[in-house]
Design a protein around this ligand. Structure first.
Ligand SMILES: [Fe+2]
Length: 449
Protein backbone atom coordinates (compact mmCIF):
# COMPACT_ATOMS: atom_id res chain seq x y z
CA UNK A 1 0.00 0.00 0.00
CA UNK A 2 1.44 3.40 -0.96
CA UNK A 3 1.67 6.39 1.39
CA UNK A 4 -1.35 8.10 -0.15
CA UNK A 5 -3.57 5.03 0.39
CA UNK A 6 -2.36 4.63 3.97
CA UNK A 7 -3.25 8.31 4.60
CA UNK A 8 -6.80 7.91 3.23
CA UNK A 9 -7.28 4.63 5.12
CA UNK A 10 -6.25 6.33 8.39
CA UNK A 11 -8.69 9.20 7.74
CA UNK A 12 -11.44 6.62 7.10
CA UNK A 13 -10.72 4.81 10.38
CA UNK A 14 -10.76 8.08 12.36
CA UNK A 15 -14.06 9.12 10.73
CA UNK A 16 -15.70 5.75 11.44
CA UNK A 17 -14.48 5.86 15.07
CA UNK A 18 -15.89 9.37 15.43
CA UNK A 19 -19.24 8.33 13.96
CA UNK A 20 -19.34 5.32 16.27
CA UNK A 21 -18.49 7.60 19.18
CA UNK A 22 -21.18 10.18 18.41
CA UNK A 23 -24.13 7.95 17.59
CA UNK A 24 -25.28 6.53 20.91
CA UNK A 25 -27.56 4.09 19.09
CA UNK A 26 -24.34 2.24 18.24
CA UNK A 27 -22.18 0.96 21.08
CA UNK A 28 -19.18 3.21 21.78
CA UNK A 29 -15.99 1.85 20.25
CA UNK A 30 -13.75 3.06 23.04
CA UNK A 31 -14.92 2.43 26.60
CA UNK A 32 -12.82 4.06 29.25
CA UNK A 33 -14.49 3.77 32.68
CA UNK A 34 -13.26 6.14 35.42
CA UNK A 35 -13.19 3.41 38.08
CA UNK A 36 -10.54 0.85 37.24
CA UNK A 37 -10.74 -2.92 37.68
CA UNK A 38 -10.36 -4.41 41.14
CA UNK A 39 -11.68 -1.34 43.00
CA UNK A 40 -14.52 -1.53 45.54
CA UNK A 41 -17.43 0.67 44.44
CA UNK A 42 -20.09 2.31 46.61
CA UNK A 43 -23.36 3.15 44.91
CA UNK A 44 -26.03 5.23 46.64
CA UNK A 45 -29.57 4.55 45.44
CA UNK A 46 -32.09 7.30 46.12
CA UNK A 47 -35.43 6.61 44.54
CA UNK A 48 -38.71 8.41 44.04
CA UNK A 49 -37.53 11.82 45.28
CA UNK A 50 -40.73 13.28 43.74
CA UNK A 51 -39.40 16.82 43.90
CA UNK A 52 -42.11 19.48 43.95
CA UNK A 53 -41.03 23.04 43.21
CA UNK A 54 -42.32 25.50 45.81
CA UNK A 55 -43.21 27.78 42.86
CA UNK A 56 -46.05 25.42 41.87
CA UNK A 57 -48.34 26.04 44.86
CA UNK A 58 -49.62 28.56 47.37
CA UNK A 59 -51.44 27.90 50.66
CA UNK A 60 -55.07 27.10 50.07
CA UNK A 61 -57.74 24.47 49.81
CA UNK A 62 -56.46 23.07 46.50
CA UNK A 63 -52.97 22.24 47.74
CA UNK A 64 -54.25 21.08 51.16
CA UNK A 65 -56.47 18.57 49.42
CA UNK A 66 -53.62 17.36 47.22
CA UNK A 67 -51.16 17.02 50.11
CA UNK A 68 -53.61 15.20 52.35
CA UNK A 69 -54.81 12.73 49.75
CA UNK A 70 -51.29 11.46 49.05
CA UNK A 71 -49.36 8.48 50.33
CA UNK A 72 -47.21 10.07 53.02
CA UNK A 73 -44.68 11.87 50.82
CA UNK A 74 -43.55 15.14 52.44
CA UNK A 75 -44.19 17.17 49.29
CA UNK A 76 -43.74 20.55 50.99
CA UNK A 77 -40.27 19.52 52.14
CA UNK A 78 -38.76 17.78 49.09
CA UNK A 79 -36.33 20.70 48.71
CA UNK A 80 -34.97 20.31 52.25
CA UNK A 81 -34.97 16.49 52.21
CA UNK A 82 -33.03 16.33 48.93
CA UNK A 83 -30.63 19.04 50.15
CA UNK A 84 -30.08 17.10 53.41
CA UNK A 85 -29.35 14.04 51.28
CA UNK A 86 -26.84 16.07 49.24
CA UNK A 87 -25.11 16.94 52.51
CA UNK A 88 -24.97 13.21 53.33
CA UNK A 89 -23.36 12.64 49.92
CA UNK A 90 -20.81 15.39 50.64
CA UNK A 91 -19.92 13.73 53.96
CA UNK A 92 -19.95 10.08 52.87
CA UNK A 93 -18.58 10.48 49.32
CA UNK A 94 -20.08 7.51 47.45
CA UNK A 95 -18.60 6.68 44.04
CA UNK A 96 -21.88 6.82 42.15
CA UNK A 97 -25.50 7.95 42.72
CA UNK A 98 -28.35 6.07 41.02
CA UNK A 99 -31.89 7.49 40.86
CA UNK A 100 -34.39 4.94 39.48
CA UNK A 101 -37.12 7.41 38.50
CA UNK A 102 -39.96 9.57 39.77
CA UNK A 103 -37.62 12.51 40.01
CA UNK A 104 -40.57 14.88 40.22
CA UNK A 105 -43.97 15.01 41.88
CA UNK A 106 -46.04 15.01 38.70
CA UNK A 107 -43.62 15.95 35.93
CA UNK A 108 -43.91 19.74 36.42
CA UNK A 109 -41.29 21.54 34.31
CA UNK A 110 -40.35 23.79 37.29
CA UNK A 111 -39.72 20.70 39.45
CA UNK A 112 -37.57 19.11 36.73
CA UNK A 113 -35.48 22.28 36.33
CA UNK A 114 -34.83 22.49 40.08
CA UNK A 115 -34.03 18.78 40.22
CA UNK A 116 -31.43 19.26 37.48
CA UNK A 117 -29.83 22.01 39.61
CA UNK A 118 -29.67 19.65 42.59
CA UNK A 119 -28.10 16.90 40.50
CA UNK A 120 -25.57 19.42 39.17
CA UNK A 121 -24.58 20.17 42.77
CA UNK A 122 -24.04 16.43 43.36
CA UNK A 123 -21.86 16.09 40.27
CA UNK A 124 -19.85 19.14 41.37
CA UNK A 125 -19.05 17.12 44.50
CA UNK A 126 -17.42 14.59 42.17
CA UNK A 127 -20.21 12.01 42.30
CA UNK A 128 -21.54 10.92 38.89
CA UNK A 129 -25.33 10.62 38.76
CA UNK A 130 -27.33 8.16 36.64
CA UNK A 131 -31.08 8.63 36.24
CA UNK A 132 -33.99 7.07 34.39
CA UNK A 133 -37.56 8.39 34.25
CA UNK A 134 -40.42 7.03 36.35
CA UNK A 135 -44.15 6.97 35.63
CA UNK A 136 -44.58 10.50 37.09
CA UNK A 137 -41.90 12.27 35.06
CA UNK A 138 -42.95 12.49 31.39
CA UNK A 139 -46.02 14.06 29.75
CA UNK A 140 -47.83 13.74 33.07
CA UNK A 141 -51.46 14.89 32.70
CA UNK A 142 -51.58 15.48 36.49
CA UNK A 143 -49.06 18.36 36.41
CA UNK A 144 -50.74 21.28 38.20
CA UNK A 145 -50.36 24.66 39.82
CA UNK A 146 -52.24 24.84 43.12
CA UNK A 147 -53.19 28.45 43.67
CA UNK A 148 -55.57 29.17 46.57
CA UNK A 149 -58.70 27.14 45.90
CA UNK A 150 -57.79 26.46 42.29
CA UNK A 151 -55.97 23.69 40.45
CA UNK A 152 -54.56 24.82 37.11
CA UNK A 153 -53.32 22.31 34.54
CA UNK A 154 -49.72 23.07 33.53
CA UNK A 155 -47.17 21.67 31.10
CA UNK A 156 -45.10 18.62 31.84
CA UNK A 157 -42.05 17.67 29.76
CA UNK A 158 -41.79 15.21 26.86
CA UNK A 159 -39.22 12.41 26.39
CA UNK A 160 -36.91 14.55 24.20
CA UNK A 161 -36.83 17.29 26.79
CA UNK A 162 -36.16 14.68 29.48
CA UNK A 163 -33.04 13.51 27.64
CA UNK A 164 -31.95 17.11 27.04
CA UNK A 165 -32.40 18.17 30.68
CA UNK A 166 -30.86 15.04 32.16
CA UNK A 167 -28.09 14.62 29.56
CA UNK A 168 -25.30 15.11 32.15
CA UNK A 169 -26.85 12.44 34.39
CA UNK A 170 -26.37 9.31 32.32
CA UNK A 171 -27.39 10.05 28.75
CA UNK A 172 -24.14 11.82 27.81
CA UNK A 173 -21.98 9.13 29.39
CA UNK A 174 -23.99 6.25 27.88
CA UNK A 175 -21.91 3.74 25.99
CA UNK A 176 -25.00 2.44 24.21
CA UNK A 177 -28.50 3.88 23.99
CA UNK A 178 -31.73 2.09 23.13
CA UNK A 179 -33.47 3.76 20.20
CA UNK A 180 -36.93 2.60 21.34
CA UNK A 181 -36.94 3.92 24.91
CA UNK A 182 -34.94 6.15 27.26
CA UNK A 183 -32.85 3.15 28.34
CA UNK A 184 -29.07 3.24 28.20
CA UNK A 185 -25.99 1.31 29.17
CA UNK A 186 -23.35 3.06 31.28
CA UNK A 187 -19.91 1.92 32.38
CA UNK A 188 -18.92 3.82 35.54
CA UNK A 189 -16.38 1.08 36.30
CA UNK A 190 -14.43 -1.52 34.35
CA UNK A 191 -15.86 -4.32 36.51
CA UNK A 192 -19.49 -3.27 36.80
CA UNK A 193 -21.83 -1.69 34.28
CA UNK A 194 -25.28 -0.20 34.77
CA UNK A 195 -28.17 -1.23 32.57
CA UNK A 196 -30.51 1.73 33.10
CA UNK A 197 -33.89 0.56 31.79
CA UNK A 198 -36.81 2.86 31.05
CA UNK A 199 -39.88 0.78 32.00
CA UNK A 200 -42.46 3.59 32.03
CA UNK A 201 -45.36 3.75 29.56
CA UNK A 202 -45.70 7.48 28.92
CA UNK A 203 -46.26 7.26 25.13
CA UNK A 204 -50.04 7.77 25.42
CA UNK A 205 -49.97 10.07 28.47
CA UNK A 206 -50.76 13.12 26.35
CA UNK A 207 -54.20 11.77 25.45
CA UNK A 208 -54.94 10.43 28.94
CA UNK A 209 -56.36 12.13 32.03
CA UNK A 210 -54.03 10.20 34.37
CA UNK A 211 -50.45 9.03 33.80
CA UNK A 212 -50.04 5.35 32.91
CA UNK A 213 -48.87 3.78 36.17
CA UNK A 214 -47.72 0.34 35.02
CA UNK A 215 -44.50 -0.64 33.33
CA UNK A 216 -43.15 -2.94 30.64
CA UNK A 217 -39.97 -3.60 28.69
CA UNK A 218 -40.77 -3.68 24.96
CA UNK A 219 -39.65 -6.46 22.61
CA UNK A 220 -37.13 -4.20 20.82
CA UNK A 221 -35.66 -3.10 24.12
CA UNK A 222 -35.31 -6.75 25.17
CA UNK A 223 -33.25 -7.31 22.00
CA UNK A 224 -31.15 -4.26 22.85
CA UNK A 225 -30.60 -5.67 26.38
CA UNK A 226 -29.27 -8.88 24.82
CA UNK A 227 -26.72 -6.80 22.87
CA UNK A 228 -25.73 -4.94 26.04
CA UNK A 229 -25.13 -8.23 27.85
CA UNK A 230 -23.05 -9.52 24.95
CA UNK A 231 -20.97 -6.34 25.02
CA UNK A 232 -20.40 -6.62 28.79
CA UNK A 233 -19.47 -10.28 28.45
CA UNK A 234 -16.86 -9.40 25.79
CA UNK A 235 -15.33 -6.80 28.10
CA UNK A 236 -15.52 -9.02 31.20
CA UNK A 237 -17.87 -6.65 33.08
CA UNK A 238 -20.74 -7.59 35.42
CA UNK A 239 -24.07 -5.82 34.90
CA UNK A 240 -26.64 -4.63 37.40
CA UNK A 241 -30.05 -3.61 36.09
CA UNK A 242 -31.81 -0.47 37.29
CA UNK A 243 -35.48 0.18 36.58
CA UNK A 244 -38.35 2.16 38.05
CA UNK A 245 -40.95 -0.63 38.20
CA UNK A 246 -40.56 -3.88 40.12
CA UNK A 247 -38.96 -6.82 38.31
CA UNK A 248 -40.95 -9.22 40.50
CA UNK A 249 -43.87 -8.94 42.93
CA UNK A 250 -42.95 -7.33 46.24
CA UNK A 251 -46.33 -8.15 47.78
CA UNK A 252 -48.84 -10.94 47.27
CA UNK A 253 -51.69 -8.43 47.15
CA UNK A 254 -50.20 -5.19 45.83
CA UNK A 255 -48.46 -5.82 42.53
CA UNK A 256 -50.74 -4.73 39.69
CA UNK A 257 -49.14 -1.72 37.94
CA UNK A 258 -46.13 -2.09 40.25
CA UNK A 259 -44.50 -5.17 38.68
CA UNK A 260 -43.66 -4.91 34.98
CA UNK A 261 -46.18 -6.64 32.70
CA UNK A 262 -43.67 -9.07 31.19
CA UNK A 263 -41.94 -9.89 34.47
CA UNK A 264 -41.18 -13.57 33.78
CA UNK A 265 -39.76 -12.91 30.28
CA UNK A 266 -37.46 -10.25 31.69
CA UNK A 267 -36.41 -12.43 34.66
CA UNK A 268 -35.55 -15.25 32.21
CA UNK A 269 -33.54 -12.88 30.02
CA UNK A 270 -31.67 -11.39 33.00
CA UNK A 271 -30.80 -14.88 34.26
CA UNK A 272 -29.58 -15.82 30.78
CA UNK A 273 -27.44 -12.65 30.81
CA UNK A 274 -25.97 -13.51 34.20
CA UNK A 275 -27.53 -10.45 35.88
CA UNK A 276 -27.76 -11.04 39.63
CA UNK A 277 -29.07 -7.74 40.96
CA UNK A 278 -31.87 -5.39 39.89
CA UNK A 279 -32.47 -2.10 41.70
CA UNK A 280 -35.97 -0.66 41.58
CA UNK A 281 -38.24 1.96 43.18
CA UNK A 282 -41.89 2.85 42.44
CA UNK A 283 -43.63 0.77 45.13
CA UNK A 284 -42.16 2.99 47.91
CA UNK A 285 -41.62 -0.17 49.94
CA UNK A 286 -38.25 -1.33 51.27
CA UNK A 287 -38.26 -4.91 50.06
CA UNK A 288 -36.01 -7.63 48.67
CA UNK A 289 -37.35 -10.48 46.57
CA UNK A 290 -35.51 -13.14 44.59
CA UNK A 291 -36.17 -15.71 41.90
CA UNK A 292 -34.21 -18.86 41.17
CA UNK A 293 -34.32 -21.05 38.07
CA UNK A 294 -32.78 -23.85 40.11
CA UNK A 295 -29.26 -22.93 39.09
CA UNK A 296 -28.94 -19.14 39.27
CA UNK A 297 -30.68 -16.58 41.43
CA UNK A 298 -31.68 -12.99 40.68
CA UNK A 299 -32.62 -10.34 43.28
CA UNK A 300 -34.92 -7.36 42.93
CA UNK A 301 -34.05 -4.84 45.63
CA UNK A 302 -36.73 -2.16 45.97
CA UNK A 303 -35.52 0.87 47.90
CA UNK A 304 -38.23 2.92 49.64
CA UNK A 305 -39.19 6.50 48.71
CA UNK A 306 -36.63 9.15 49.74
CA UNK A 307 -39.25 11.75 50.69
CA UNK A 308 -41.50 9.50 52.81
CA UNK A 309 -40.87 7.91 56.20
CA UNK A 310 -38.30 6.55 57.02
CA UNK A 311 -36.59 8.81 54.42
CA UNK A 312 -33.85 6.39 53.56
CA UNK A 313 -31.64 5.48 50.63
CA UNK A 314 -29.87 2.30 49.57
CA UNK A 315 -26.13 1.66 49.67
CA UNK A 316 -24.80 -1.02 47.33
CA UNK A 317 -21.17 -1.94 47.74
CA UNK A 318 -19.55 -3.96 45.00
CA UNK A 319 -16.72 -6.08 46.34
CA UNK A 320 -14.66 -7.42 43.40
CA UNK A 321 -14.30 -11.22 43.30
CA UNK A 322 -16.61 -11.38 46.30
CA UNK A 323 -20.13 -9.99 45.95
CA UNK A 324 -22.66 -7.24 46.51
CA UNK A 325 -23.44 -5.85 49.96
CA UNK A 326 -26.69 -3.89 50.22
CA UNK A 327 -27.75 -1.80 53.21
CA UNK A 328 -29.75 1.37 53.85
CA UNK A 329 -29.27 4.57 55.79
CA UNK A 330 -31.69 7.33 56.76
CA UNK A 331 -31.02 10.93 55.76
CA UNK A 332 -29.37 13.01 58.47
CA UNK A 333 -31.79 15.91 58.83
CA UNK A 334 -30.27 16.92 62.21
CA UNK A 335 -26.96 17.75 60.51
CA UNK A 336 -28.71 19.74 57.75
CA UNK A 337 -30.83 21.68 60.26
CA UNK A 338 -27.75 22.52 62.34
CA UNK A 339 -25.52 23.55 59.43
CA UNK A 340 -28.22 25.75 57.91
CA UNK A 341 -29.51 27.20 61.17
CA UNK A 342 -33.06 26.14 60.34
CA UNK A 343 -35.93 27.33 62.57
CA UNK A 344 -38.78 25.27 61.11
CA UNK A 345 -40.10 23.07 63.96
CA UNK A 346 -41.14 20.30 61.55
CA UNK A 347 -37.55 20.00 60.35
CA UNK A 348 -36.06 20.41 63.84
CA UNK A 349 -38.28 17.49 64.98
CA UNK A 350 -38.03 15.72 61.62
CA UNK A 351 -38.02 12.11 62.86
CA UNK A 352 -41.33 12.40 64.68
CA UNK A 353 -42.79 14.77 62.06
CA UNK A 354 -42.22 12.42 59.11
CA UNK A 355 -43.29 9.37 61.15
CA UNK A 356 -46.53 11.04 62.32
CA UNK A 357 -47.33 12.30 58.82
CA UNK A 358 -46.89 8.82 57.32
CA UNK A 359 -48.94 7.25 60.15
CA UNK A 360 -51.78 9.75 59.65
CA UNK A 361 -51.89 9.19 55.88
CA UNK A 362 -52.00 5.38 56.36
CA UNK A 363 -54.68 5.67 59.05
CA UNK A 364 -56.91 7.91 56.91
CA UNK A 365 -56.42 5.77 53.80
CA UNK A 366 -57.45 2.54 55.55
CA UNK A 367 -60.28 4.18 57.50
CA UNK A 368 -61.71 5.40 54.15
CA UNK A 369 -61.35 1.97 52.53
CA UNK A 370 -63.07 0.31 55.53
CA UNK A 371 -65.92 2.81 55.22
CA UNK A 372 -66.47 1.54 51.70
CA UNK A 373 -66.80 -2.08 52.88
CA UNK A 374 -69.41 -0.93 55.46
CA UNK A 375 -68.93 -4.06 57.57
CA UNK A 376 -67.49 -2.56 60.77
CA UNK A 377 -68.62 -0.16 63.49
CA UNK A 378 -66.84 3.20 63.80
CA UNK A 379 -64.95 1.91 66.88
CA UNK A 380 -63.83 -1.18 64.96
CA UNK A 381 -62.72 0.87 61.95
CA UNK A 382 -60.65 3.11 64.23
CA UNK A 383 -59.02 0.08 65.89
CA UNK A 384 -58.20 -1.58 62.54
CA UNK A 385 -56.89 1.66 61.01
CA UNK A 386 -54.53 2.26 63.92
CA UNK A 387 -53.22 -1.33 63.71
CA UNK A 388 -52.61 -1.02 59.94
CA UNK A 389 -51.00 2.42 60.31
CA UNK A 390 -48.65 1.05 63.01
CA UNK A 391 -47.81 -1.98 60.86
CA UNK A 392 -47.19 0.20 57.80
CA UNK A 393 -44.50 2.16 59.68
CA UNK A 394 -42.52 -1.05 60.00
CA UNK A 395 -43.57 -2.62 56.70
CA UNK A 396 -42.52 0.30 54.50
CA UNK A 397 -39.23 0.57 56.42
CA UNK A 398 -38.45 -3.04 55.45
CA UNK A 399 -39.22 -4.86 58.69
CA UNK A 400 -41.36 -8.01 58.68
CA UNK A 401 -42.24 -11.19 60.61
CA UNK A 402 -40.97 -11.10 64.22
CA UNK A 403 -40.49 -7.32 63.94
CA UNK A 404 -44.25 -6.92 63.63
CA UNK A 405 -45.54 -9.39 66.19
CA UNK A 406 -46.48 -6.57 68.57
CA UNK A 407 -49.60 -6.16 66.39
CA UNK A 408 -50.95 -9.59 67.43
CA UNK A 409 -52.23 -8.19 70.75
CA UNK A 410 -54.02 -5.21 69.25
CA UNK A 411 -57.80 -4.99 69.02
CA UNK A 412 -57.63 -4.11 65.33
CA UNK A 413 -55.59 -7.19 64.43
CA UNK A 414 -57.99 -9.51 66.25
CA UNK A 415 -61.01 -7.96 64.57
CA UNK A 416 -59.34 -8.59 61.18
CA UNK A 417 -58.42 -12.18 62.08
CA UNK A 418 -62.06 -12.95 62.89
CA UNK A 419 -63.60 -11.37 59.83
CA UNK A 420 -64.23 -12.73 56.33
CA UNK A 421 -61.44 -12.09 53.78
CA UNK A 422 -61.26 -8.55 52.46
CA UNK A 423 -58.46 -6.44 51.00
CA UNK A 424 -57.37 -4.94 54.34
CA UNK A 425 -57.24 -8.39 56.02
CA UNK A 426 -55.30 -9.93 53.10
CA UNK A 427 -52.92 -6.97 53.06
CA UNK A 428 -52.16 -7.21 56.79
CA UNK A 429 -51.67 -10.98 56.71
CA UNK A 430 -49.35 -10.64 53.70
CA UNK A 431 -46.85 -8.71 55.84
CA UNK A 432 -46.00 -11.83 57.83
CA UNK A 433 -44.29 -14.97 56.56
CA UNK A 434 -41.77 -12.96 54.50
CA UNK A 435 -38.46 -14.50 53.46
CA UNK A 436 -36.48 -11.69 55.11
CA UNK A 437 -37.26 -10.32 58.56
CA UNK A 438 -35.10 -7.28 57.73
CA UNK A 439 -35.20 -6.10 54.10
CA UNK A 440 -32.57 -3.43 54.74
CA UNK A 441 -29.57 -5.65 54.29
CA UNK A 442 -28.35 -8.54 52.20
CA UNK A 443 -25.08 -9.97 50.92
CA UNK A 444 -25.19 -11.50 47.45
CA UNK A 445 -22.10 -13.55 46.55
CA UNK A 446 -20.77 -13.06 43.03
CA UNK A 447 -21.65 -15.95 40.74
CA UNK A 448 -18.81 -18.11 39.52
CA UNK A 449 -18.77 -19.12 35.86
FE1 LIG B 1 -43.56 5.48 40.45
Amino acid sequence: MNKKNIFFLSILIVISLLIGGCDKNMPLQVINPKIKSGKEITFFIATDPHHLSKTTYTDGKAFDWFLNSGDGKLLTYTDEIIDAFILDIEVKKPDVLIIPGDLTCNGERESHLEMVEKLNTIEELGVPVYVIPGNHDIDNPWARHYIGDEMIKIESIGPDEFIKLYSPFGYDEAIYRDENSLSYLAAPSEDLWLLMIDTSKYKRNKVRTAPEMGGVIGEDTLEWIKECCQLAREKGAEIIAVMHHSLMNHSEVVYENYTIDNSQDVIDLFLECGIQVTLSGHIHLQDIKSYSDGENIIYDIATSCLVAYPNQYGILEFLPNNGYRYSTDRINMERYVKENNIRDQNLINFKSFTRDFFYRRSYDKYYDSLLEISRFSDEEMKAISSTVADLNLKYFAGFRNANMEGAFDTEGFNILLNTAPCFVRDYVLSMFDDKYTDNNKIFIPLRWE
